[in-house]
Design a protein around this ligand. Sequence first.
Ligand code: SAM
Ligand code: DTB
Ligand code: SF4
Length: 319
Amino acid sequence: MIELRHDWTREEVRRIHDLPLFELLDRARAVHRSVFADNEVQLCTLLSVKTGGCPEDCAYCPQSAHYETQVQREPTLDVAEVVAAARRARQAGATRFCMGAAWREVKEGAAFDDVIDMVREVKALGLETCVTLGMLSVEQARRLKEAGLDAYNHNLDTSPEFYRSIISTRTFDQRLATLGAVREAGISVCTGGIIGMGESIDDRCGLLVKLASLTPHPESVPINALVRVEGTPLAALPPIDPLELVRMIATARVLMPRARVRLSAGRTELPREAQLLCLFAGANSIFYGDRLLTTDNPEPDQDSDLLQSAGLVALAPAS
Ligand code: SAM
Ligand code: DTB
Ligand code: SF4
């Protein structure tokens, strides 16, 4: 029996995070193998259904209207285009389709009605559905649930203290409130964060404490390495050491045994051995497809090779 705890302290988490690497890997692997089939990786495909022009000032984000980046503001995609992309993703082997909108929050109206239709139609293809639309109310979450939404992504991003130096236009508590609305509507919670934004190791542990304090634990925890985008305030930061990502993933795995931990943004800069080490350490999902929302992801062929080279298999659709 694995114990699920929600009361980890930052010190305890730091001790786990800082274990000798092989000891940390052993602990994470033991937890991972007690919950999941060892060689299965879920493939998720992302699509930006509304790109750019976002009023929030998230310092990492190329879609914020506060920064001059290559990303152009675009209208919401047609439902038919989104469904066609979802069909292609399913054909390529993805079992989860995640639609993102560069919104501060969900507003009632035609655009939200369209997203509701997207969810309904993508769900009808037999894919798991996930959306990330910014803040939302319980009522809006209920409408999404009714349409067939499986999961809502809304990241805590970093520790409550460091959060303030990354985003000024909304608070950490507002993020928690949205996650509460998602949970209340019976939608599964996808929430994680980003490393490489200049935060300390304690900040990373602080984020993990907050994620693990959610009761129940989030079903899905994306761990992103910052994609450093020209024009954003974080563009000139140094890249992370890949082993930092390995440690972050392994610690998340120990704290949240049943969560699907997702090796998310930042893989184009990670050597394949480092990616495999992340999957060894407890990640069991990747984004599959050559684009994330607005930035590059490895080519599908490369990813197929990556999995094959290690004898990993893509998670089959739930029957
Ligand atoms: N606007 C919505 C929101 O922020 O909740 C949804 C879309 S937003 C792009 C989803 C998540 O992508 C962010 O919370 C952040 O964690 C991640 N993200 C955005 N830009 C990133 C970057 N440059 N590198 C790594 N992760 C990033
Ligand atoms: C998450 O944690 N990572 C994904 C997904 N949730 C929505 C988004 C990554 C975005 C990377 C930057 C971009 O492509 O715009
Ligand atoms: Fe907007 Fe989301 Fe980007 Fe923040 S992360 S600027 S809320 S699109």
